[in-house]
Design a protein around this ligand. Sequence first.
Ligand SMILES: [Fe+2]
Ligand SMILES: [Fe+2]
Length: 301
Amino acid sequence: MKTIPTEAEKKPLQHIGEWEDFVLQHYPEPAGADRKPAVGYAPEKKEAEFRNYEADARPTVREFYRLNHTHQTHEFALAKRKQYLGLDRMKMGVWEAAEYLNQLVDDSDPDTDMSQLQHLLQTAEHLRRDGQPRWMILTGFVHDLGKILCLWGEPQWAVVGDTFPTGCAYSPKIVFPKFFEANPDSTDPRYNTPNGVYEPGCGLDQVALSWGHDEYIYHVCRDYLPEEGLAMLRYHSFYPWHREGEYSHLLNDKDRALLPWVLRFNPYDLYTKSHSKPDEVALRPYYEDLIREFFPDKIRW
Ligand SMILES: [Fe+2]
Ligand SMILES: [Fe+2]
């Protein structure tokens, strides 16, 4: 029987940036990192990644993953798609959505005092500085707008977190794999083979990843950005695939072709957090222009 989650179960983290801080610890920036890896780049696993991350994680982060792995069932992932992907909640522009997301005041990270809008601008500004294509700069600017799901009452573990396929066996390389033991899918025979409910090589488009801000923003933007940008949006938290190389049996040629683009984006998301705050007022006209180049005034959310 389902029970309504308590406030503590909805917000195990002090702020959702705590999850990202954990990911950054888990995948530290390689020394001398080049943010423009050649197509076909696959990062080497670094010594530091083998640290005992479970023991080092904050209790709040551990509790976050416990709830995420317990409650993100295949049924849940499908139900959330049904609930949100009709995009019938509101109509608003992209800059407006960034300001709306910024209302997530209890999310501002006390360590860096960075708002969500500042993270988006830092990501996008690094892409711009590196001479990346305009559509990719814009992808950087929108990539986390799906976190507005938090403003609609979704628990943190249904908005952020490393995503993983539901409906098939869990990769042991997903962080905190023990917590899947409490997920009812882990004892459901339909979901316990490598392919589970999917055909081998069906392509990630057919796979219901655990629900979160990635899948949502992908659908919001799917008519407006090129497919390389859409893959960056949809899979940027799918670390078991893009950093661990898991789930190759579900991929098709399109996924294999898009992986280098997802990898190209990842360092801009993870390694561009700095203490110097981008000037929102000065940057706004540039981003308003860029948004106008690809999006209509209002889009559906
Ligand atoms: Fe994200
Ligand atoms: Fe991000």
